[in-house]
Ligand binder design. Sequence first.
Ligand SMILES: Cc1ncc(COP(=O)(O)O)c(C=O)c1O
Length: 486
Amino acid sequence: MSDEKSFHMTTDEFRRYGHAVVDWIADYHSRIESFPVLSQVKPGEIRAALPKNPPAQGEPFESLLKDVDRLILPGVTHWQSPNFFAYFPCNASGPGILGDLVSSGLGVQGMLWSTSPACTELETQVMDWLVEMLNLPEKFLSSKSGGGVIQDTASSAALCALLAARERATNYSSNKKGCSGLLVAYASTQTHSSLEKAAMIAGIGIENLRLIEVDDNFAMKPEALARQIEADKQAGLTPCFVCATVGTTSSNAMDPVGAIGEICRRHDLWLHVDAAMSGTAMLCPEFRHLQNGVELADSYNFNPHKWMFTNFDCNCFWVADRKALIQTLSILPEYLRNQATESGAVIDYRDWHIQLGRRFRSLKLWFVIRHYGVEGLRHHVREHVRLAQEFAEWVRKDDRFELAAPAPLNLVCFRLRGGDAANQDAVNQSIMDRLNRSGDLFLTHTKLKGKLTLRLCVGQTNTQARHVEKAWKRIREEAEKVTAAA
Ligand SMILES: Cc1ncc(COP(=O)(O)O)c(C=O)c1O
């Protein structure tokens, strides 16, 4: 059989090219500061440079890597650049990338315990470790009533939480009969848009997702939530779910989880806590007060793929009552039946999320946690917070600028003062556009109280003091140019 024709890469070739790829990645990371952070290409430019038709014959691997440099890199926005301050981070690290590579190498599809016991059991263990690392309530442990599962994103976690809440509130009848249109869910005006999407998909309907008003610091007003729930009940509706956010996307506002949780208990509503980015800060005891009351949550999630050095995608989602989640999402067709499942002694994570198939994501998380240890993770999180706080202090001390929201952790919302509202917005937009066009750094914006606001988030793996200092220098330079020209 050895002379059978094959187009496959041989093991020796794989070894050789694999080393070349790891070298390429290491080189990329060491020269990353030489690229403009935000890709400067125009729409269609990358596609136009690609061949119109697929190759009829295979090509040498060397030319693939060359084309990554030539054709792909110009169209990459460098999320791993230490000068990336936009959105929320999506950071990565050596151990995370290598863990992902091992996962690709194993090529496991872990839908059932039996399709790779290690894929399930490592995940359970790592999720239990994280309960301890983040000081989450014990009820989230797999040894208690709950348990954790790795999802692709916080959006999927929110959808799963909402589905479980919907089923719990309807005694598991919505799955059978569909939704009545009477169920109501609650979030704040600042909650991430994924909740609206979840309400659409879960059959709640966005008109039945109440966006509760926020206070001056952009945190949900619990008394407004309580009033709305009462009004909905009086109108014959069925409140079922509340999402509280620890660190909103727009301004990193902290909803008062404890007060919201008390209201949920009183009305028997499912409380989901979305700590997509800021959950990582809970590694450090000094930040945990930001989610006081988390013991009242029915579900909780955070994204190690945002701020915990674990490359995309990796969301950690816990529930206090795994039975509610499993009863909501479990279907067992004949072709998936197996002895381990029937024994009831194992977890089949396919029942814990939307899709059936699943990657071995816990490997990269395990690599990250073991490489850094709790000590190393805390060190870098504290350093990012320290740098952001220093930046906030520079803004505070410069009369030309103002802070637009409290900065509890690593996100600073700020703007240049002055002019009427429209003019001020235009000036700040112009500063941001000029900075982003320069390629020196990448910032994004939001609107707070109707005003355009610049956001600087410190969370990229290799961001150091010199990068934040340079960002502040460049921001002031562009502000001077824009105001001089006005
Ligand atoms: C608070 C919050 N929730 C949810 C999300 C959605 O994250 P994902 O891309 O993992 O769905 C984000 C993204 O930035 C977020 O900031």
